[in-house]
Design a protein around this ligand. Structure first.
Ligand code: 16G
Length: 238
């Protein structure tokens, strides 16, 4: 791991901490805790705190007042959809997230996944199939693929929580952007059982290619979301 990667991972952690603070306990125009205090609390350098604040400022979530501090910005309609994990997604909806491991293993990337992740078909990828839960109920079935080289030992970890948190804390990898395709499908018998719906129930199929903080392909996921449990809300602006 390089120093830059370690710093990016820390800044991502600080950023998430601040986002949570903004979303749960602060109002627009409230002042954020001083940078010095944040650095001490989170055991990082002030430079790392500033890096996190820079990215929040760039997204207009905070604004700075010279000589006074950092403040929560007025909530604006986001032009782009924020890249969230399943865990964050459910928490934002006021639900408790969870995961149930179905299968996991190492396999060849194959031509399709390989092309998406920039790997050759023979390269090894880690595949994790999980049922994702909201308040204990199955919402989606996801199949994650990540190059094995990037996440040695991942399969020995506890996969019942947030994968993105694990990537940050254990591997110093932070997700930055993603390309997502959303389509419609029906679930087959095996998937219906896992999702606890009747066979051939409607579902959204969402494919996501996620890039890391260096804009390199990191994760390719194919998820089936129960159509009766999940919908997409997109704020658009003219
Ligand atoms: C979302 C992502 C998935 C990612 C997961 C991480 C979609 C379609 N998929 O489910 O790619 O692996 O979040 O969530 O949005 P976690 O950190 O809660 O495990």
């Amino acid at each position: 791991m390089t120093t830059t990667q370690a710093e990016d991972g820390k800044a991502e952690r600080v950023r998430r901490h601040l986002e949570q603070l903004i979303d749960t306990s602060l109002q627009p125009h409230d002042r954020l805790p001083p940078e010095r205090l944040l650095a001490a609390q989170l055991d990082v350098s002030r430079m790392t705190v500033r890096q996190a604040l820079d990215s929040l400022e760039a997204e207009k979530r905070v604004y700075r007042v010279q000589g006074s501090g950092n403040y929560v910005a007025e909530r604006v309609i986001e032009k782009t959809i924020r890249l969230t994990s399943f865990t964050e997604d459910m928490r934002e909806r006021g639900m408790t997230p969870g995961a149930r491991l179905v299968t996991s293993g190492t396999e060849h990337a194959g031509p399709e996944v390989g092309a998406r992740l920039g790997l050759s078909p023979a390269d090894a990828v880690v595949r994790i199939n999980r049922i994702r839960l909201a308040d204990g109920e199955p919402v989606c079935l996801e199949a994650v693929h990540i190059s094995e080289k990037r996440v040695p030992g991942l399969l020995e970890e506890d996969l019942s929580g947030s994968l993105y948190d694990l990537l940050t804390t254990r591997y110093d990898i932070a997700v930055s952007t993603a390309q997502q395709r959303i389509g419609a499908t029906v679930v087959d018998q095996a998937d219906a059982k896992l999702l606890e719906v009747a066979p051939f129930s409607p579902a959204l199929v969402i494919e996501r290619l996620t890039l890391d903080q260096h804009r390199r392909p990191l994760e390719y996921t194919r998820s089936l979301y129960r159509a009766d449990r999940y919908s997409f809300l997109i704020d658009i602006e003219r």
